[in-house]
Design a protein around this ligand. Structure first.
Ligand code: KIV
Length: 298
């Protein structure tokens, strides 16, 4: 149940983003950590002020995921995400929320070089966004970095299993841990990340047995995505859940079909009722644009 005060007023004369006064205290990293084995943790991605405002009352954590690469910027994968993107979207999500702990993804190339590089960039993200913590992808090899950050005041969320920033090594986004050797390696990664001080770990795209084993072995909460309902919490890419794209991962329940609704409303508004298809594919979109240009010329 939402605990937002019914008397809360929004100061729309100065800003749509900031309710005045702040109606409650934000969830903190230690409080999330204490939820191990308790009430399931809810985390959704958010990239904008408005999305944050709408999701904040319902979430324990808002993740400013580097999935904004595909969702917001139309990039082919997360490798092209920059510090500037994460800092600007992170700050927007913090401005649009007052209840959930906000976690910001560290972009590819901003933390793998050395613990010092990771510290400098993570400190910048926390300063410029006001977020509670950063998330990094990787296992044993990152343990010294995670320890370095947490000992210097930067809470870290880990991310193991399918790690999308490694797409050029993995060759795709298939389920991880199908061989016994890989399964063992993922479990060892998670244990190392937890022992290094991560306050929580995202487990993405692995066989369910692996997620269950990790959840039982590590002291911090696990957050599953395409992993297991038995994790301590779940995370989803909000735009997938809302049906903003025609293709969504199998494990995602689509609560809406927003792509289709945008299409029909757009068609109504623009009066192009003769167009009989939904341009989800690029080739369809190009065909639609050619038709529009031809109609204009006639
Ligand atoms: O970038 C992201 O949205 C993520 C989630 C899929 C966990 O890392």
């Amino acid at each position: 149940m939402s605990t937002i005060s019914k008397t809360l007023t929004f100061d729309t004369s100065t800003s749509r983003a900031n309710p005045t006064p702040q109606p409650m205290k934000r969830l903190t990293v230690p409080r999330i950590r204490q939820r191990k084995g308790g009430e399931p943790i809810v985390m959704l991605t958010a990239y904008t002020v408005r999305q944050a405002q709408l999701l904040d009352p319902h979430c324990d954590m808002l993740l400013v995921g580097d999935s904004l690469a595909q969702v917001i910027y139309g990039l082919p994968h997360t490798v092209g995400v920059t510090m500037e993107m994460m800092a600007l979207h992170g700050a927007a999500v913090v401005r649009g929320s007052y209840h959930a702990a906000v976690i910001v993804d560290m972009p590819f190339g901003s933390y793998e070089g050395s613990p010092q590089q990771a510290f400098d960039n993570a400190a910048r993200l926390l300063k410029e966004t006001g977020a509670a913590a950063v998330k990094v992808e990787g296992g044993r090899v990152l343990a010294p970095t995670i320890e370095f950050l947490t000992q210097r005041g930067i809470p870290v969320m880990g991310h193991v299993g399918l790690t999308p920033q490694a797409v050029n090594i993995l060759g795709g986004y298939g389920v991880r841990g199908k061989s016994e050797e890989e399964a063992r390696s993922i479990v060892e990664d998670a244990v190392a990340v937890a022992q290094a001080g991560a306050f929580s770990i995202v487990i993405e795209g692995v066989l369910e047995s692996i997620a269950i084993e990790i959840t039982s072995k590590v002291a911090c909460p696990t957050i599953g995505i395409g992993a297991s309902a038995q994790c301590d919490g779940q995370v989803l890419v909000t735009d997938d859940m809302l049906g903003m794209f025609e293709r969504v991962p199998k494990f995602v329940k689509k609560y809406q079909d927003m792509a289709e609704r945008h299409w029909w409303r757009g068609q109504e508004l623009c009066g192009r009722s003769q167009v009989p298809f939904i341009p989800h594919r690029r080739s369809d979109l190009r065909r639609l644009m050619r038709r529009g240009a031809k109609a204009k010329a006639e």
